[in-house]
Design a binder for this molecule. Structure first.
Ligand SMILES: Cc1cc2nc3c(=O)[nH]c(=O)nc-3n(C[C@H](O)[C@H](O)[C@H](O)COP(=O)(O)OP(=O)(O)OC[C@H]3O[C@@H](n4cnc5c(N)ncnc54)[C@H](O)[C@@H]3O)c2cc1C
Ligand SMILES: NC(=O)c1ccc[n+]([C@@H]2O[C@H](COP(=O)([O-])OP(=O)(O)OC[C@H]3O[C@@H](n4cnc5c(N)ncnc54)[C@H](OP(=O)(O)O)[C@@H]3O)[C@@H](O)[C@H]2O)c1
Length: 482
């Protein structure tokens, strides 16, 4: 069992492991990391052991995409953080959060394997999929992931001036002169991006959107259209009902619109709709009642059967986006899948800003880890990393960038069921040995709570849920202030 001691105001951990302690290290503190911890603490096959968990996180703040991905106007989704906090608080002597330590840079797999009996990698995703079509490097062809980071106050990691978000501000200031914005992809991230761009700002400002973002979002002077473009049809839209239904509430600034002509389903689509079931039928019902545009507002429209083939430079500036060329598609059955097949007909949509929202992508962090570059996942079987001893995976780095927070629950169960088959205690040094190796200041949970309180207090006078700290250096200062 691990005991924690405080010396003056400086908190440190001192190990008094017993020979029956399993020292587990979880890398990444998103939903997958926390649900894995929960499973480890309650698994019946480990009930005769003491499990001690060290959770490594590259940021000083835990919770991964719950903090930096989930849209700010969905605070009810972020409430899952309360469950994670309960888990930490009710296992204080068995759980150590170690923030500001980057796996792959500050520690490698070999180090963790030296210190811990078992390792679970759940470090998620930090890159995005590319379309690989001409013109993708033009100014104005942007990543939805970066935009999400920007409106969610993802911090500057290095001590750079200007910071990444100040550079983004400068870039978006110019790009927000756009008349038309295209978002490529029709998943929930695409809808988040469309909603944040078009939503009533009075509503948005009560959440935790950084001030500099609110200022810029108020300045979209020429914006007329946001097109959310799918390469397949309405039956294959990747968004979910709750998120689509929310698009009906963009008034008074914007209006969500689907052209009824696009909802005349072919026999193949009708057949698919019957097969796929109720959720998809509800999506179609929502689309059908959004059948009237309002020319006086920002028009947020779903477009279908268009596959991007080229980003075309503006005629006035060859470095900037001016339009996107799409190939029209028709749907074809391929085994169990319905694929978009090019028709040889093309359509060009003028637009000065495009967000690529076709999925996130994980990257390998350590050459010792077997990585499937095509799928962007660590090679594993039911969560057990192929060919590496005592090493497991959970979350998006295990199965790829899809699924909601709750998907991580079953996923963690599977991983831990595999892990318990052969995990055993050893005399490795655990968290104490790890901390000796780390040179920079680390952030424990108690330190993080200071950042949390600071942010909430800073938001109060302006009626916001919180004002996020935007630089890691400042987070560390707050965390370690005496
Ligand atoms: C924009 C967006 C919005 C979403 N909104 C919702 C929603 O509203 N509702 C919902 O249910 N689901 C939502 N999801 C899905 C949900 O966020 C994911 O299913 C879930 O977060 C995946 O969990 P994870 O733990 O695998 O990854 P993550 O949440 O990404 O957690 C990974 C953690 O690992 C850390 N990390 C990364 N690299 C390292 C490293 N080298 N060393 C140490 N730590 C590292 C990261 O900082 C992060 O804390 C959304 C996803 C996105 C992208
Ligand atoms: N509120 C929420 O619950 C919430 C919010 C955000 C994210 N999430 C979850 O997070 C996960 C990731 O979301 P996401 O939106 O990033 O991914 P996603 O759901 O996988 O959607 C990706 C979209 O990109 C399209 N696409 C992929 N490759 C393409 C290409 N080459 N050309 C054109 N279009 C392409 C896909 O179309 P095809 O289907 O044709 O491939 C799909 O419409 C999802 O599980 C999502 O539900 C949930």
């Amino acid at each position: 069992m691990l005991r924690r001691f405080t010396s003056g105001r400086k908190l440190y951990s001192q190990c008094r492991y017993t020979s029956n302690d399993i020292k587990a290290c979880i890398v990444g503190s998103g939903p997958a990391g926390f649900y894995t911890a929960k499973q480890l603490f309650k698994h019946p096959q480990l009930s005769d052991k003491n499990v001690h968990i060290t959770m490594l996180e590259r940021l000083p703040t835990p919770y991964g995409l719950v903090r930096y991905g989930v849209a700010p106007d969905h605070p009810e989704v972020k409430n899952v953080i309360h469950d994670f906090e309960k888990l930490i608080q009710s296992n204080q002597d068995k759980f150590t959060f170690v923030g500001n330590v980057e796996f792959g840079k500050d520690v490698l797999w070999k180090d963790l394997h030296n210190h811990f009996d078992v390792i679970v990698l759940s470090y998620g995703v930090d890159s995005d999929a590319k379309l690989g079509i001409p013109g993708e490097d033009l100014i104005g062809v942007e990543s939805a992931r970066e935009f999400v980071n920007w409106y969610n106050g993802f911090p500057e990691l290095a001590q750079e001036t200007p910071s990444w978000f100040e550079k983004a501000n400068a870039k978006y200031t110019e790009l927000f002169n756009a008349k038309n914005i295209c978002i490529i992809g029709q998943g929930n991230v695409a809808l988040d991006v469309a909603r944040i761009l078009s939503k009533d700002l009075e509503n948005l400002k009560q959440f935790d959107v950084p001030d500099h973002v609110l200022t810029l979002l108020a300045q979209l002077p020429s914006l007329k259209n946001i097109f959310v473009v799918g390469r397949r049809g309405p039956v294959q839209s990747a968004c979910t009902t709750k998120e689509l239904r929310e698009m009906k509430n963009l008034l008074p600034r914007s209006k969500f619109y689907v052209n009824p002509k696009d909802l005349n389903l072919s026999p193949l689509e009708q057949e698919e709709l019957e097969k796929i079931g109720r959720a998809q039928k509800r999506l179609l019902e929502i689309m059908r009642v959004c059948d009237t545009p309002d020319e006086s507002l920002i028009n947020v429209q779903l477009l279908f059967y268009l596959s991007p083939v080229e980003f075309i430079a503006s005629s006035s500036d060859p470095t900037r986006l001016g339009a996107i060329r799409f190939e029209k598609t028709k749907l074809e059955k391929n085994g169990n899948n319905v694929q978009a097949k090019g028709t040889g007909e093309f359509e060009t949509i003028p637009c000065e800003l495009a967000f690529r929202s076709i999925g996130y992508k994980s990257e390998n962090k350590d050459p010792d880890i077997p990585f499937d570059t095509r799928r962007g996942i660590i090679k594993n079987e039911n969560g057990r990393v192929v060919g590496l001893p005592d090493t497991f995976v959970a979350g998006w780095i295990k199965r790829g960038p899809s699924g909601v927070i709750a998907t991580s629950i079953h996923d963690a169960e599977e991983t831990v069921n595999e892990l318990v088959k052969d995990v055993k205690p050893s005399n490795k040094g655990g968290v104490q040995a790890l901390l000796k190796q780390i040179k920079q200041p680390v952030v424990h949970y108690e330190h993080y709570k200071k950042i949390d309180v600071h942010e909430i207090e800073k938001g109060k006078p302006v009626g916001k849920l919180r004002e996020k700290v935007l630089r890691v250096a400042e987070m560390l200062e707050i965390a370690h202030k005496l």
